[in-house]
Design a protein around this ligand. Structure first.
Ligand SMILES: CC(C)(COP(=O)(O)OP(=O)(O)OC[C@H]1O[C@@H](n2cnc3c(N)ncnc32)[C@H](O)[C@@H]1OP(=O)(O)O)[C@@H](O)C(=O)NCCC(=O)NCCS
Length: 183
């Protein structure tokens, strides 16, 4: 029988969540558990309307992000049935985006997503940050990955493919379900 993730070990402290990941020839990329204090800097990172072309939505205000991060730092959904993993992506200590995962407490599947601010795109940061996230998830007992990606979103498809995920051909609300296994 497959072992279940030990979510009780989910850390709410930043130290355990710090991960260093060198980007060759460039800067140091790492991810850090989101904090409410990140709201102001992240509102700037997420301020370009083009970021929402494939996902819908609009640039969040500082207040909206503060509310969102206040909920996210709890580390789980209000009903306690899913773990929320939210990581700010830092390059040379500056925030450039985020990665996130939602993991049901009673399953070993993670739904993952990634966002990199417009000025920092095309530099391989999303791929590196997604790899880091998957590494962390694997360490926490996740064995299956899911990402919902629009059929015309080539960059996200490339990231998913880089993680070993495949297009399942299953369309849900205009997005394709990409799936993969890890660990
Ligand atoms: C999708 C996103 C995270 C990519 O971030 P990024 O840091 O620019 O991505 P990377 O530099 O790591 O590149 C990842 C892959 O996408 C490719 N890519 C990057 N931008 C691309 C573009 N505009 N068109 C086509 N391919 C692109 C890269 O070449 C790379 O593929 P490869 O290594 O196989 O050549 C970023 O564009 C973004 O945040 N978009 C808005 C939010 C979003 O849509 N998130 C995804 C929700 S599913």
């Amino acid at each position: 029988m497959q072992s279940r993730p030990r979510w009780s070990s989910l850390s709410k402290t930043a130290d355990v969540c710090r991960r260093e990941y060198p980007v060759p020839g460039v800067l140091s990329l790492r991810s850090l558990a989101v904090a409410v204090a990140d709201a102001s800097a992240m509102a700037r990172v997420l301020s370009d309307p083009s970021l929402y072309r494939f996902t819908g939505g609009e640039p969040p205000s500082v207040d909206a992000l503060t509310r969102q991060y206040t909920a996210q730092v709890r580390g789980c959904s209000p009903d306690g049935r899913a773990a929320w993993i939210n990581r700010v992506v830092l390059v040379d200590e500056g925030p450039v985006g985020y990665v996130q995962a939602t993991v049901p407490m009673d399953d070993d599947v993670a739904e993952i997503a990634w966002v990199i601010g417009r000025p920092w795109q095309g530099l391989g940061y999303a791929k590196r940050a997604a790899e880091l996230l998957v590494e962390e998830l694997t360490g926490r007992g996740v064995h299956r990955l899911v990402a919902m990606i629009r059929p015309d979103h080539v960059a996200s498809q490339r990231i998913a493919a880089h993680l070993g995920m495949r297009d399942s051909s299953e369309m849900v609300d205009g997005e394709i379900r990409w799936t993969g296994t890890v660990g």
